[in-house]
Design a protein around this ligand. Structure first.
Ligand code: HEM
Length: 502
């Protein structure tokens, strides 16, 4: 008998039939339960439990029959250490080595596109199948939620906001923030140019040190994260934090440095908490709380100043300010702060990560520098001193391909997950060949890997792991891959679709 047939689904649990048969006998046989349970309390609890089990089993059976679900490959947990702690240890080690997405990719290569595993009390389905990801985030959008785990994880830093909400609260936040962020046109390019010039002047002395014997190498990551912090803040609040804070006119202001430090530290803690899923609360500490509070206080400061500025200059400024409606409606500073924090988290790290990977890719593919340079010079007519217009930017085809390929190989959000709010199904992963639908019981965590999906050789061929911008030569490729979800760095539909800012 194959390992898949040896197990079957009962309630939320994968249990061997040896366990299920006696349990089913007890649950269904009134006399057996009476002899086992003595007090009235035990009996009433047992009746509720039995009722719930029978109800769930009936629902599961109905879904399985209706959709033709087949059993899903389930990775066994070791007896020792128990509760899937061995997997958690490997995850933490991979995280420490900054190789978690790669670790997940290797697991998919070993175990298939979709499989499941118990992590403590949590039944987790792990998938990289674009059909399943699309089903979850698009067709069955209402059947899955971000869940309390992410909420609890990041709440000390972000408060309440769009990034962590579900259901009615999320819809309300979306109504509030949507019109501010979802803009048909690109942001003002002079804003990008100003910040980029500043970055260049900061980087140049480090790259060309006075000591000529020093190696001309440079870690750009922090500079780029800094750049995206400044850009996102100015985009949201219209406040140039480099020049405006504390009335200082210095290159790197106190606010900027202090905020980046506290925000980064809190974010490191949050990443660790996220790995522990429902046990996130085990990862806590004074240092984490202090960083969250300090970052929130610093944001309060800048939000209050923006509100004051708005009051002083009643006429709206020429510059686009994403949070303008919130600021001018004179809402609670707390509401503005929380929305700002959520958008900052959504925008700053993703853009910073993308910029870092773009430079990484350029360093590894030097021939692309020539191709991109030529395209830009052709379009700008050799006039490198002026910024391109929006339509010229849209005409930079190679640049677009280069960014798409970077987002494919190094997506800024490589791993993600949703909890099922009711018993349902996903279309692939069941049976020996993984082609049949699978049952998703209520409360299942479906973890999905954008990174592993976009590295899948079945989808991208033998060159899946190589950086090839020519795979985007056909202009229809991106659209086709976005529609079938084999390319989804922004999670285009569902929660992602209206947020074209990225
Ligand atoms: C390269 C840049 C970016 C990438 C790759 C990116 C990617 C994503 C992804 C994958 C999600 C879905 C997360 C989830 O639901 O689990 C998301 C959500 C979101 N992003 Fe971005 N993003 C980028 C830049 C930005 C920027 C610059 C902003 C705004 C300043 C932004 C605002 C948002 C918001 C508000 C959400 C939540 C939307 C919702 O839940 O309805 N993003 N982004």
């Amino acid at each position: 008998m194959s390992p898949l047939n040896e197990k079957c689904f009962y309630g939320r649990t994968y249990m061997s039939r040896d366990v299920i048969r006696p349990l089913r006998a007890i649950v269904c046989d009134e006399n057996a339960s009476r002899t086992l349970l003595t007090t009235e309390w035990e009996r009433s609890d047992f009746i509720i439990l039995r009722h719930e089990l029978l109800r769930r089993t009936a629902i599961h059976r109905h879904i399985m029959q209706r959709e033709g679900c087949q059993p899903l490959k389930c990775l066994p947990n070791k007896w020792f250490p128990p509760f899937g702690l061995d997997k958690l240890r490997k995850v933490v080690e991979a995280e420490r080595a900054k190789a978690y997405p790669l670790f997940m990719l290797e697991d998919h290569e070993k175990h298939g596109d979709t499989y499941c595993q118990w992590g403590g009390p949590m039944y987790t389905v792990i998938t990289r199948d674009p059909h399943n990801i699309r089903e979850m985030l698009s067709r069955q959008f209402k059947n899955f939620e971000i869940g309390n785990a992410r909420h609890g994880c990041v709440r000390p830093l972000l408060g309440d906001g769009i990034f962590i909400q579900d259901g009615a609260e999320w819809e309300a936040s979306r109504k509030l923030s949507g019109p501010m962020i979802h803009r048909p046109s690109l942001p003002d390019l002079s804003l990008l140019e100003r910040h980029f010039q500043r970055l260049q002047s900061r980087v140049a002395p480090s790259y060309y040190p006075n000591d000529l014997s020093a190696s001309p190498s440079l870690d750009l990551k922090d500079y780029l994260l800094d750049l995206s912090l400044q850009l996102t803040t100015e985009f949201l609040l219209g406040e140039d934090i480099n020049t405006a804070s504390h009335g200082m006119n210095s290159e790197t202001s106190v606010w900027n440095g202090a905020f980046a430090k506290e925000f980064d530290n809190a974010f490191r803690w949050i990443s660790k908490r996220e790995r522990y899923k429902v046990f996130y609360w085990l990862v806590d500490g004074l240092e984490f709380r202090r960083s969250c509070n300090a970052a929130r206080d610093l944001v309060d400061e800048i939000v209050c100043r923006s509100v004051e500025t708005r009051k002083m200059y009643k006429t709206p400024t020429e510059t686009y300010i994403a949070l303008e409606p919130l600021l001018s409606e004179q809402r609670d500073t707390e509401v503005v702060r929380d929305q700002f924090m959520n958008l900052l988290l959504a925008g700053r790290d993703t853009s910073g990560a993308l910029l870092s990977w773009l430079f990484y890719a350029l360093a590894r593919e030097p021939h692309l520098v020539k191709i991109l340079k030529k395209e830009i010079e052709d379009i700008l007519d050799m006039d490198r001193s002026r910024t391109p217009t929006k339509s010229e930017l849209n005409g930079m085809v190679k640049l677009d391909q280069f960014i798409s390929e970077t987002l494919r190989l190094f997506p800024p959000n490589p791993l993600n997950g949703r909890f099922s709010v009711l018993a349902t199904f996903l279309p692939y992963g069941g049976g020996e060949d993984g082609e049949a639908p699978i049952l998703i019981p209520k409360g299942t965590l479906v973890a999905f890997s954008t990174f592993a999906a976009q590295h899948n050789q079945d989808l991208y061929g033998e060159t899946a792991n190589r950086f090839r911008i020519d795979r985007w030569d056909d202009v229809r490729t991106k659209e086709r891959r976005t529609v079938d979800w084999s390319y989804h760095p922004f999670l285009e539909e569902g929660r992602g679709n209206a947020w074209a800012v990225g």
